[in-house]
Write a protein that binds this ligand. Structure first.
Ligand SMILES: NC(=O)c1ccc[n+]([C@@H]2O[C@H](COP(=O)([O-])OP(=O)(O)OC[C@H]3O[C@@H](n4cnc5c(N)ncnc54)[C@H](O)[C@@H]3O)[C@@H](O)[C@H]2O)c1
Length: 368
């Protein structure tokens, strides 16, 4: 850890091994420093229009020197049409295979930039300046992307690792609380996959509130946890499936609440539900279950109520998940922090009665 002029500590870079070429996550003392490092020598910047608006004064002179494509960070942008117009813009700049493009924004901008960089001239370099907690702590590494198609989420995708990632947690000062909490969903999940120390670190940090001094350390810790998994298993084989912890029922909750629950918070709820199932089956100790639920409760505090739904509706939504096969589903089950195992369960026999019980006494969500 190196001290910087403004007294904040900037963590050391995190190297990531990848079959497509190794790359590095670097940390910066300010958003401006991160952006300046990334855009030097780049052919252009694919940027979240809202971020540009918020940082107009801070970045104005920097961005005057480089072509900028402004995109709305919406799910409609994350489509073949959004990727096609990004490719047209790259063509207009006469980008070629040796050019480098920068993405500035959260997961939406990342997904569009990754897809476009993958298909443009059969692959060009893209670098990333993430501006949301989700993108900083999780999605920026791993090379994966998904875009929406025919109204279905993340149906088309490619793997294209970035060239470099420049992180400044200062961007989070302007991110609203709901987006920040949602980003914590990934931090929560990754800390639990990593081990008891990582989870305790998160627990401690949250005692000082969401915007605590440990955010940068937690971001790096989450990336270390994900690095551990993706370096062993870059293309979603067995090991990478542990990253699906909380996802199956998290996605199902998003569906039954008509996206009323932000993604990261839905994942936290999905983790709590899975933990309840594991605890009920004697796989997870009560003390772990209770301690994890306490952190989940603090992250979901103040969430807007969701419409009531039944266990059958939730299971129906989960069945359409990519990980489900007929009546059976592979679930990542937490046996203890740092010990996740893939267990096949039957929706009707194993899960339905437990989910019904969970919903009766759900302490995390309020219903309207
Ligand atoms: N590729 C992957 O591995 C991966 C992983 C997880 C999620 N995703 C995708 O990421 C998307 C969600 O991304 P996200 O949660 O990072 O958010 P986002 O990109 O959807 O942005 C959320 C909102 O925050 C705003 N915003 C972003 N940075 C800001 C800042 N610093 N200050 C103020 N406002 C800011 C945006 O304009 C937007 O309104 C989803 O489409 C999801 O499918 C991709």
């Amino acid at each position: 850890v190196t001290p910087t002029s403004d007294q904040h500590e900037v963590p050391l870079p995190l190297p990531i091994r990848s079959g497509q070429g190794d790359y590095e996550v670097r940390f910066h003392a300010s958003p401006r420093a991160a952006l300046e490092t990334s855009i030097t020598g780049a052919i252009g910047v694919i940027a979240d229009a809202h971020v540009l608006e918020v940082y107009r004064d801070e970045f104005g002179d920097l961005l005057a020197s480089v072509p900028v494509l402004e995109l709305d960070a919406t799910e409609e942008t994350k489509t073949i049409e959004g990727v096609a117009s990004t490719c047209s813009w790259l063509l207009s700049l006469r980008a070629n295979r040796t050019s480098r493009v920068v993405a500035l924004g959260g997961g939406v901008i990342q997904d569009v930039a990754t897809f476009a960089a993958h298909i443009y001239h059969r692959g060009m370099r893209w670098d990333f300046v993430p501006t949301t907690l989700l993108a900083m702590s999780d999605s920026c590494i791993g090379a994966k992307c998904g875009i929406n198609h025919d109204g279905f989420k993340n149906q088309l995708g490619v793997f294209q690792s970035p060239g470099a990632i420049e992180i400044a947690t200062g961007f989070l000062n302007t991110l609203d609380d709901v987006e920040l909490r949602s980003g914590y969903g990934e931090v929560f999940k990754l800390c639990l996959t990593h081990g008891p120390e990582a989870f305790e670190h998160l627990e401690q940090a949250l005692r000082d509130g969401l915007r605590n001094d440990d955010l940068v350390a937690l971001t790096r810790l989450s990336l270390e946890a994900k690095k551990h998994v993706i370096e062993e298993d870059e293309y979603e084989g067995d090991l990478r499936r542990v990253l699906n912890y909380g996802q199956t029922f998290g996605h199902a909750l998003e569906a039954v609440s008509h996206n009323g629950v932000p993604h990261g918070l839905a994942v936290i709820w999905g983790c709590d539900l899975i933990n309840f199932i594991a605890f009920s089956k004697g796989l997870l100790a009560e003390s772990d279950f209770v301690a994890i639920r306490q952190v989940a409760t603090s992250l979901l505090a103040g969430m807007v109520p969701v419409p009531a739904f039944t266990a059958a509706e939730l299971i129906d939504a989960a069945r359409t998940d990519k990980k489900a096969e007929g009546t059976r589903v592979n679930l990542a089950i937490l046996y203890a922090p740092g010990d996740l195992r893939i267990v096949q369960m039957d929706f009707d026999e194993d899960l339905a009665p437990l989910i019904a019980r969970y919903l009766e006494q759900d302490v995390l969500l309020s219903r309207n």
